[in-house]
Design a protein around this ligand. Structure first.
Ligand SMILES: NC(=O)c1ccc[n+]([C@@H]2O[C@H](COP(=O)([O-])OP(=O)(O)OC[C@H]3O[C@@H](n4cnc5c(N)ncnc54)[C@H](OP(=O)(O)O)[C@@H]3O)[C@@H](O)[C@H]2O)c1
Length: 247
């Protein structure tokens, strides 16, 4: 490996975040894991270290700016810098608007949207001080389309797209050598569907995922490629789907 990068990942306790952590750690990058379930984070740290990698973790609820900033501080304390910050924590409890599942709406807004903003708020000043950095946000194909049952999830992921694009322009203008990458996955195997609160939608989504979803390691491969680009080049927007997923 040419260069070791310190990589912070939110939502690292399962699915895409876990796969990214393991893949990048296997390439020699120190990884800093954030999520609420510390038993899972401790297990992943142990697995990374058992294979010769470096990892640290901290319990983080991304709806708290203070906790997200503490995650950044953990990275600085353990490894001295942050090269890549990945805003990955998210949830997708689909439902019809008529069902007014306000708690689910608020959790998606808090985690998917506010959590992404808090990650930017924690990482961006550090990147400016270092005069380099890389912000990676997890959008979704739901950032590009909206369907029955997906109104609020899509609204949050469209928001992630909007924030990413403004951030990219602001960083390019500021000239601090900060790259911005947004990844827009289709169906990927993870715990995402299992946390859906509407039983009928969960079952329908599970059937779709059982048929089409690709392994989370595919997203880890994309992240690996994005961070390996030469420092003067940014992979900005990447849509990745199962080959037979229509939208
Ligand atoms: N799987 C897909 O098909 C797909 C497609 C497009 C985009 N995405 C996006 O990919 C990202 C990762 O999702 P996934 O598919 O890997 O699902 P997942 O397996 O359910 O992982 C979600 C992660 O987010 C964390 N999380 C949830 N709420 C949190 C909070 N308040 N604070 C901190 N961490 C929190 C969870 O950890 P704890 O529960 O331990 O906190 C978990 O590690 C999400 O942003 C999702 O929208 C997924």
């Amino acid at each position: 490996m040419e260069e070791k990068k310190v990589i912070v990942i939110t939502g690292a306790s399962s699915g895409i975040g876990e796969a990214i952590a393991k893949e990048l750690a296997s390439q020699g990058h120190p990884v800093v894991l954030g999520a609420r379930r510390t038993d899972k984070l401790a297990q992943i740290k142990n697995e990374v270290e058992a294979t010769g990698g470096q990892a640290a973790y901290r319990q983080v609820d991304v709806t708290s700016l203070e906790e997200v900033q503490a995650l950044a501080q953990t990275a600085l304390t353990e490894f001295g810098r942050i090269d890549v910050w990945i805003n990955n924590a998210g949830l997708m409890p689909h439902s019809l608007l008529i069902d007014a599942k306000v708690d689910d709406w608020n959790r998606m807004i808090d985690v998917n949207l506010r959590g992404t903003l808090y990650g930017i708020a924690a990482a961006q000043p550090i990147f400016h001080e270092q005069n380099t950095g890389h912000l990676i946000n997890l959008g979704s194909v739901a950032s590009l389309y909206s369907h029955v049952g997906g109104a609020v999830y899509s609204a949050t992921k469209w928001g992630v797209k909007a924030i990413s694009e403004s951030l990219r322009e602001e960083e390019a203008q500021a000239g601090h050598n900060v790259r911005v990458t947004t990844i827009y996955p289709g169906a990927v195997q993870s715990e995402l569907v299992s946390h859906m609160t509407d039983p009928a939608r969960r079952e329908a989504s599970q059937q779709f995922y059982d048929q089409f979803a690709i392994p989370a390691e595919r997203i880890a491969t994309i992240v690996s490629q994005a961070i390996a680009m030469p420092a003067d080049t940014a992979l900005n927007d990447i849509v990745v789907r199962p080959i037979n997923q229509v939208q």
